[in-house]
Each structure stands twice: as structure tokens, then as C-alpha cells.
Design a protein around this ligand. Structure first.
Ligand code: ATP
Length: 322
């Protein structure tokens, strides 16, 4: 079971929103689409779901070309940021509706909804309406609904972005156990790179409707192929230092060290992060961010350095890795 996008393009008027997009997500693989607002993540998901039609290219699910297949026949399990539950229906009815539309008998519906309610620990909430649930509970109902579709592909569109940090932490293992351990390919759209790194086997970084780089979280972090990816992946953001001959040198804040013979710096700001601290420093090469253990006492003026193998170099005009 896999999902293949070949040369997908979608335009609105004369503007291509997504262009020349090739993507393959394998059986049981979770691929995160990560990128700034407006880069085309939701458009890509809508095209896969069949909620929108590409102007170019083809979409194949489990070996079958579904480019012209209606959304209902694509067997997609979709979970939206907004939950998309029917407000006038109870939790039970929200879950049973899709089964009813697919012609499943009342007895079967009851049984299947009951089992997914038990799995998601939602039994006590079956008769409530969405307005009577917390955000986390609503999202669990939306997940339960996606599971009930018995889909060939899961599409998760910022499924946790409406939830607070604690709820996200609680829901993450459930998401992993229920969806990411299945055999279906999963596409996970998120703004949140921590979430992408935690959940996905591979990440596709999108920019202006194209894939800028695709790889494991480690590959993107250790070997960004462009300035854009280097700056987008990894927080606190990588330091960029203009150098001679049209080169920009980049060094991650955690790779900067105190040294006796480095760049002289002045500490301007310190943020305590628990196990680490973020230091904002001023130097004659521009501002620098440094991340170090929180117990280290930093004087106001220091010298900083880093090992050359930790440095990345990019062409200043093309943004490509040198
Ligand atoms: N129906 C439409 N008509 C015209 N332009 C559209 C339409 N739908 C989306 N767009 C444009 O396409 C671009 C990509 O939108 P899309 O929603 O896919 O981005 P996104 O990466 O999901 O952004 P976000 O992270 O903010 O949700 C945006 O510039 C948006 O304004």
C-alpha cells in the first residue's frame, strides 16, 4: 500500500500554487509536509483527498490511479485541525454517519462504533455533542472517525494545532499507536517542526509550491541542501555569517562553544530554557545565538568558536549548499 504523486500541478488563474510535485510515501511510512504559511501544504492534501483536482499530474493509491476518482471512493482517513464534526449530532452519531453512508447495517455500525469508542477511551462521551467536549476530546473523536473509515491512506492536517502543549503530548502517543503503526501511508501537515521531527519518518520541506528537500529529520538537520532548509529546520534558528567570495557560513547555536581564541562577543540577552540556556550575543560579525547547558555561568564578554566540521556553507546568491 503506497501513495504516489507524479508531477502534480495546481493553479488558480495563472498562478501555480503547486508545481512539478513528485512524492512517494511507502507502506506504514509517515511523511510530514513542513513549510511556511502559503507554501501549498493544504492544497497538496486537498488534491490527494480528491477535494480539489490537479491541473497536471497523477495520484496513485495502492497501485490504482485515483486522479479522477471521487473523494468518497478514495478511502482516505482525514483529520483536520478544525475537527470537522457535525455539531447537531452526538459523538456516536458523528461516528456512525460515515458507516451508514457506506451502507453498513445498524447492528454492525453499533458494534464498530462501540469498539472504536473503547479504543479511544471515549465510551462515556458517546451521547455528548461536540460543543460539550474539550478540544482534545473532539480531536479524539475526529481520529476515531478516521479509523472507522478503514482507509488506504491517512491525511492529517495540523491535527494537534488547536490543542495546548500538554494535550498534544498526551495525544501524540495515541496518534502514533493508532495511526502511525498501521500499514497505511500517512501524510502529516504541520507548521510545528518539533512535531514533524517527533512523528515523521521523513520530512518534505516545501517552499512556493515545490519540495525544497526531502529526507529523514536527521538528514535535514545535519545536511541541509539550501539556506532555506538550514534556516527553517532547527530551533533556535541557525546562525548565518556572511563570509568572503559570496559565501554564507552557517552554524547551529548548539555547536558554538566558549573558547580562549575565538570571536569576541558581548552577552545581550539570556533565556533560561530548563536544561539549556539560549544566549543572544553581539559580535563584530553580527548577532549570534548560542545554546549551552543551563548551569554554565556566562560572563558579559566572552570568546566563542566552533569546530570547522560543524560549519555549513552556502552560496549567498543561489542559496545552495557549497
Ligand atoms: N481557492 C483558491 N483560490 C486562489 N488561491 C488559493 C486558493 N486556495 C489556496 N490558494 C492560495 O494558494 C497558496 C497555498 O495555500 P495553502 O493553503 O495550500 O498553503 P499552506 O501551506 O497550507 O498554508 P497554511 O500553512 O497557512 O495553511 C496560498 O497563497 C493561497 O492563498
Amino acid at each position: 500500500m503506497n501513495l504516489v504523486l507524479q508531477n502534480i500541478g495546481r493553479r488558480f488563474g495563472r498562478n501555480w500554487i503547486v508545481r512539478h510535485l513528485d512524492l512517494e510515501v511507502g507502506q506504514g511510512e509517515c511523511l510530514a509536509l513542513l513549510g511556511p504559511s502559503g507554501c501549498g501544504k493544504s492544497t497538496t492534501l486537498r488534491l490527494i483527498a480528491g477535494l480539489d483536482q490537479p491541473n497536471e499530474g497523477s495520484i496513485t493509491i495502492a497501485g490504482e490511479d485515483v486522479t479522477k476518482v471521487s473523494p468518497i471512493d478514495r478511502r482516505i482517513g482525514m483529520v483536520f485541525q478544525s475537527y470537522a464534526l457535525f455539531p447537531h449530532l452526538t459523538v456516536f452519531a458523528n461516528l456512525a454517519l460515515g458507516l451508514q453512508v457506506r451502507g453498513i447495517s445498524a447492528t454492525d455500525r453499533k458494534q464498530r462504533v462501540a469498539s472504536v469508542l473503547a479504543l479511544m477511551q471515549l465510551e462515556d462521551l458517546a451521547e455528548r455533542h461536540p460543543a460539550e467536549l474539550s478540544g482534545g476530546q473532539r480531536q479524539r473523536v475526529a481520529l476515531a472517525r478516521a479509523l472507522l473509515r478503514d482507509p488506504l491512506v491517512y491525511l492529517l492536517d495540523e491535527p494537534m494545532s488547536n490543542l495546548d502543549a500538554q494535550l498534544r503530548e498526551d495525544l501524540r502517543p495515541q496518534l502514533r499507536n493508532l495511526i502511525l503503526q498501521g500499514s497505511q501511508p500517512v501524510i502529516y501537515v504541520t507548521h510545528d517542526q518539533h512535531e514533524a521531527m517527533a512523528m515523521a519518518h521523513r520530512i518534505a520541506v516545501m517552499r512556493d509550491g515545490k519540495i525544497e528537500q526531502i529526507g529523514t529529520p536527521q538528514e535535514l538537520y545535519n545536511n541541509p541542501l539550501s539556506l532555506f532548509v538550514a534556516s527553517f529546520v532547527g530551533r533556535p534558528q541557525i546562525n548565518l555569517l556572511p563570509a568572503e567570495s559570496g559565501i554564507i557560513k552557517a552554524i547551529r547555536p548548539e555547536h558554538i562553544q566558549l573558547s580562549s581564541d575565538g570571536i569576541p562577543c558581548r552577552l545581550v540577552y539570556r533565556e533560561w530554557l530548563g536544561t539549556s540556556q539560549l544566549l543572544i550575543l553581539e559580535s563584530n560579525r553580527g548577532p549570534l545565538r548560542m545554546l549551552c547547558a543551563s548551569e554554565i555561568t556566562i560572563p558579559e564578554t566572552i570568546m566563542l568558536n566552533w569546530s570547522p566540521e560543524k560549519e555549513h556553507q552556502f552560496n549567498a546568491s543561489s542559496g545552495e549548499r557549497c
